[in-house]
Write a protein that binds this ligand. Structure first.
Ligand SMILES: [Ca+2]
Length: 285
């Protein structure tokens, strides 16, 4: 009796063969879309679901698998495609200088970006240059880049970089820096906010659109599409609260560090992959 309690619902007899027939071609279509856009883009998530559904239905038809097992496959495919992690109250620790430790983020852009806001918090005692956020495209290794040099920040969009200099001493007491970068294609205007305060605005890449196919990295600076990493620009320390929006957030929201707007990259629903020596730890301050 106990076993019955955990059984998944069976598919109705008349629906099952129709599903097999209807989803076989649809599954192939979505599967090909998936393999064409493996690096992210419209339809990838759907592609994963339907390709798994497709193969499970084919297997089911040819090998007469139990229908309950089919449901498990379908449910598994959905849960896998939706796996995202809430890293609230957690940080990525980058423990040491390296050219092979980083975190890949997967924003899954549905269309080219004509504007964005990037926010990130970090904690480091590095005195050399270090990358804070690096997104490369096939056209530009510095498609979106925020990098700190000893005396200045460089913010790049579409391969065009602007220098930002913070003259006032950092006011935050706990050593963490909160940085937000905004950019709008229509004007090219680029804003860098540090600890809730804006620096004088600059402009770059007016009229540019950021392509959907990006490799987004924390911890390293890319000098080619997904590679050419330099240990001397690697990040060592802690990174938290990473968000990327496809909008320029208004000043009041940037001042208050309000992250409630739906984001392409959200720290509370993060799709990521750790490469090399990077550790997730609870926040300690
Ligand atoms: Ca670069």
């Amino acid at each position: 009796m106990n076993r019955l309690k955990y059984r998944l619902p069976p598919l109705p007899d008349d629906v099952f063969p129709n599903l097999c027939q209807a989803y076989s071609p649809a599954g192939l279509g979505f599967a090909s879309l998936h393999f064409k856009q493996q690096k992210g883009g419209r339809g990838e998530g759907l592609g994963v679901w339907f390709s798994l559904l497709h193969w499970s239905l084919l297997a089911c038809r040819s090998h007469k698998m139990e229908r309950a097992a089919l449901w498990s496959l379908v449910l598994l495919s959905f849960s896998g495609a939706l796996a995202k992690t809430n890293l609230n109250e957690k940080v990525f620790v980058f423990p040491k200088t390296s050219a092979d430790a980083y975190v890949l983020l997967k924003p899954r852009l549905s269309w080219p970006l004509s504007q964005f806001t990037l926010c990130i918090r970090y904690f480091t005692d590095l005195t050399r240059s270090y990358s804070i956020f690096s997104a490369s495209s096939r056209q530009h290794d510095n498609e979106i880049l925020l990098i700190k040099h000893p005396a200045e920040y460089h913010a790049c969009v579409g391969g065009q970089c602007q220098v930002f200099i913070r003259k006032a001493n950092p006011s935050s007491g706990n050593g963490w820096t909160s940085a937000c970068l905004t950019w709008a294609s229509a004007t090219g205007i680029t804003e860098l906010w540090l600890d809730g305060e804006p620096l004088p605005r600059k402009g770059a890449a007016k009229g540019h659109n950021i392509p959907t196919e990006l490799v987004v990295m924390l911890g390293q600076e890319q000098d080619s599409f997904g590679g050419s990493l330099d240990a001397q620009q690697s990040f060592v320390g802690e990174i938290s609260d990473v968000f990327l929006w496809d909008a320029v957030l208004p000043p009041e929201q940037l001042r208050s560090k309000d992250t409630t707007t739906t984001a392409l990259v959200s720290w509370t629903m993060l799709d990521f992959e750790i490469k090399g020596y990077v550790v997730i730890e609870p926040t300690i301050q």
